[in-house]
Write a protein that binds this ligand. Sequence first.
Ligand SMILES: Cc1cc2nc3c(=O)[nH]c(=O)nc-3n(C[C@H](O)[C@H](O)[C@H](O)COP(=O)(O)OP(=O)(O)OC[C@H]3O[C@@H](n4cnc5c(N)ncnc54)[C@H](O)[C@@H]3O)c2cc1C
Length: 397
Amino acid sequence: MSLDALIALAERVGRDSLAPNAARWDREGTFPTASYDALRQAGLLGLVVPAAHGGLGADFATYMQTVPHLSKYCATTALTFNMHCGCMMLTGFVFDSFDLPLEIKMQHQRRQKMHFERAARQGKVYALPFSEIGLDPSQALFSTTAKRVEGGWIVNGKKVFASLAGHADYYGVSCTEIADGKQPDFGDIVMLSIASNSPGVSVAGEWDTLGMRGTNSRTLLFKDVFVPENEILMPHGSAFQSRKVWPHLYMQLTCTYMGLAEAIFDFVVSYLRGEVPGMPPIKRRNIAQKQIDTAHLRIKLESARANWLRAIKEAGPNPSNEALQRMYVAQYTVMEGAAQIGFEAIRICGGSALQKSLPLERMFRDARCGSLMLPYTADISVANLGRACLYAEGETD
Ligand SMILES: Cc1cc2nc3c(=O)[nH]c(=O)nc-3n(C[C@H](O)[C@H](O)[C@H](O)COP(=O)(O)OP(=O)(O)OC[C@H]3O[C@@H](n4cnc5c(N)ncnc54)[C@H](O)[C@@H]3O)c2cc1C
């Protein structure tokens, strides 16, 4: 499907099915199940699945430009949808880009087919829980372990901030594979798909947060969970390489926040024009300060979008150091930019726009969450950018 057709589809689903419930998921802190029914019905669960497997065949740049058209209507749905698509992209084109022996690639094709068809033809939903308390996955091994047994693995461990917890059909869990007598290393990281109804899987804790309240990002516990052999999303030897080979994949959450920033800007314009439904038609656009404020907001939005568009078009395996730097710039500009646009929008619109009956305060809270998300939080993006500016690949002092 072309980018234009996908955008039209996302707009229709977003406007008709996501927007009506967005405030409810936020207020109640409940998972957007009805949004997923709509995504499934529209075939969007197969957005990044190749057409040969029943999907819509979007590549990375197409995916990134489609999701903002869902996010502007319901950011909670879009962020959880990022996790689902992330699993499909990792097991799909990210894996395909690795330089691996043909035998390993052929073996993985059978697994790709299984995951793709579950998503695109059976409407199953995947989550992407990799976070563990205090763990930077580029520095340390996951403490969630997968021990080889006959016919598969036994998984034990805990994942925090697991969006879609209790609502996904499969969890794409990054584990460290352990074996008696071997000290595990990064080459032993494996990403398994664990059926959410497997014995030993449970959900714990609460998710009562400032923003993104419907993502249900609770804690997942795995206690002696048996995972069959074929349930691999990324085999060991490849899982740890994905961030090195395809670093742009991990900027994928920005598409949700780009859509959110655009929606906040659109709200400000409607508000100042006196066109927000349910509000008295008071025009504030004739105040000179509001015109200047709107101009500055537009400059922020367009700067973020320009950096972002360039970065997603450069995305691909083994990017140059220059492209990597632009990716960190885009990541930072969108994630912190969305939060700043939300912050400024509230000042520009004023007190009457704070009401819970209007979407602005929800979008402001949701926008604040983006730059906190690993692996490229705002702080980590800046740290990585500075290093990439000053050191060539492999260079040390
Ligand atoms: C809405 C939402 C949904 C989420 N969904 C998922 C999900 O589906 N799957 C998943 O795996 N995770 C998910 N996460 C978790 C997220 O990716 C992070 O793992 C989590 O927010 C980290 O928590 P923390 O900031 O307390 O951690 P910490 O890592 O302790 O970070 C604390 C602070 O230190 C900074 N920091 C950390 N390390 C460095 C460093 N090396 N250099 C400089 N600064 C650093 C961080 O930027 C942050 O400001 C989600 C988070 C949110 C907010």
